[in-house]
Design a protein around this ligand. Structure first.
Ligand code: UGA
Length: 412
């Protein structure tokens, strides 16, 4: 927002986060973000004090909506707390903008809190991807504004906030609260379904000897299908797709609808792929992992991120360890975040350290560093000759030619 020319104060209840941000350090790994924080243009401050919101006219709510413990529904307590904390500082002429991913119906409920102050509420879902957050924010695919019927002023305010990307031609859709909320969760449910679709076909490919990568290339040439998000492998994770499909289905059930029951299959297919990777390692190590060395390459839920929330990679590492394997895991960015949630795993700073005593290598996050490993050279640094490619990101021919047993997911 500061980069787009606005005076910004960022508020959070987490002091450590605010201290880091104030010192120009992003509290997580996100390419390009530290540079932007450094720029700041003198228009960017951070605080833990809600009173700092006093002078602002537009108030973005961007807090998390994690999965509720013991339930599939979204936990709205942080959104509700943020809106409540803001109420003393908003009034006529102010706009509160919801960015958080929420169950349909939330905005209408929050509007009942906001409107008595004289302020307006808009719901403006966020579509950025981790790893591309900066470019997705500065030049997004589209804007969606969910506003109260007839509320043209909020549209004007948001147009002014986003003037630069709008001038660059970013499409914008103005709609009601419910549609805006549903656009967000539908987009993520569609992406998750696309990934689980190709992973379900990968299961068929595995028993029939077909090649899922060639199949994805072939169906992907059909523009109606498209090749993106058709990479079969260990499946989706992260702080969004898994919890969003669960919360979406939970909300449909609350509404008395079975329409989204298929999302349960999407979830199950996805989780099965993690176990499949473990099973493949067991199978190729002659049925037992007890005492066998396994180097796990990757911990983050995807490359260019240090996020391990619901990470298939970290899950596979834990499952392998639980089966008795001597797991040594590495990742270019996610070791510290992984250590916080799984302190017992053996983390190694480099691929060399992870593979030194290994009988098998497992690639579960397709970092460039791993995709570009030279199979012949690697064979001189480990006794392992088995590589399980949980992301189908390596060239099977090259690895086999260098003497490795290459095992992909849904690939012969
Ligand atoms: C996702 C959406 O892509 C964003 O549009 C959305 O804004 C965001 O959630 C959110 O709701 O905040 P993100 O969680 O950053 O973004 O990650 P994705 O790039 O969607 O990847 C999700 C997972 O799917 C990763 O684990 C990735 O490895 C996996 N994936 C992706 C596959 O297994 N196969 C593919 O073909 C693509």
């Amino acid at each position: 927002m500061a980069e787009l020319g606005h005076d910004v104060v960022g508020i959070d209840v987490d002091e450590a986060k605010i201290d880091n941000l104030a010192a120009g350090r992003s509290p997580f790994f996100e390419p390009g973000l530290d540079e932007l924080l450094g720029n700041g243009h003198g228009r960017l401050r951070f605080s833990t004090d809600f009173a700092e919101a006093e002078g602002a006219r537009v108030h973005f709510i961007a807090v998390g909506t994690p999965q509720k413990p013991g339930s599939h529904a979204a936990d709205l307590r942080y959104v509700e707390a943020a809106v409540q904390s803001l109420l003393p500082y908003i009034g006529p002429g102010h706009l509160v903008v919801g960015k958080s991913t929420v169950p349909v119906g939330t905005a209408a409920r929050l509007a009942e809190l906001v409107e008595p102050t004289g302020a307006e509420l808009a719901w403006n879902p966020e579509f950025l991807r981790e790893g591309f957050a900066v470019s997705d924010t500065l030049s997004p695919d589209r804007f969606v504004y969910g506003v109260r019927r007839g509320d043209e002023r909020s549209v004007e305010v948001l147009d002014a906030v986003y003037a630069r990307p709008l001038e660059a031609g970013t499409p914008r859709i103005v709609t009601d609260y419910a549609t805006a909320e549903l656009v967000k969760v539908s987009a993520n449910a569609f992406l998750a379904t696309k990934i689980s679709f190709i992973n379900a076909i990968a299961e068929i490919a595995e028993v029939t000897g077909a090649d899922i990568t060639t199949l994805a290339d072939a169906i992907g040439y059909d523009n109606r299908i498209g090749r993106r998000f058709l990479n079969a492998g260990v499946g989706f994770g992260g702080g969004c797709l898994p919890k969003d499909i669960r919360a979406f289905q939970a909300r449909a059930t609350e509404l008395g609808l079975e329409s989204l029951a298929f999302l349960d299959d999407v979830d199950q297919i996805n989780l099965r792929r993690r176990q499949r990777v473990v099973d493949l390692v067991v199978e190729h190590l002659d049925g037992s992992l007890e005492g066998r060395g396994v180097a796990v390459l990757g911990l983050a839920f995807k490359p260019e991120s240090d996020d391990v929330r619901d990470s298939p990679a970290l899950d596979v590492a834990s499952r392998l360890a639980a089966r008795g394997a001597v797991v040594r895991a590495t990742d270019p960015e996610a070791i510290e975040t992984a250590r916080k949630v799984q302190p017992d795993l053996d983390y190694r700073a480099t691929v060399d350290e992870a593979i030194a005593e290994a009988d098998a290598l497992v690639v579960v996050t397709e970092w460039r560093q791993f995709r570009e490993l030279d199979p012949a050279e690697l064979a001189t640094r480990t006794r392992a000759r088995l590589i399980v490619d949980g992301r189908n990101c390596l060239d099977p021919e090259a690895w086999r030619a260098a003497g490795w047993t290459y095992v992909g997911l849904g690939r012969p």
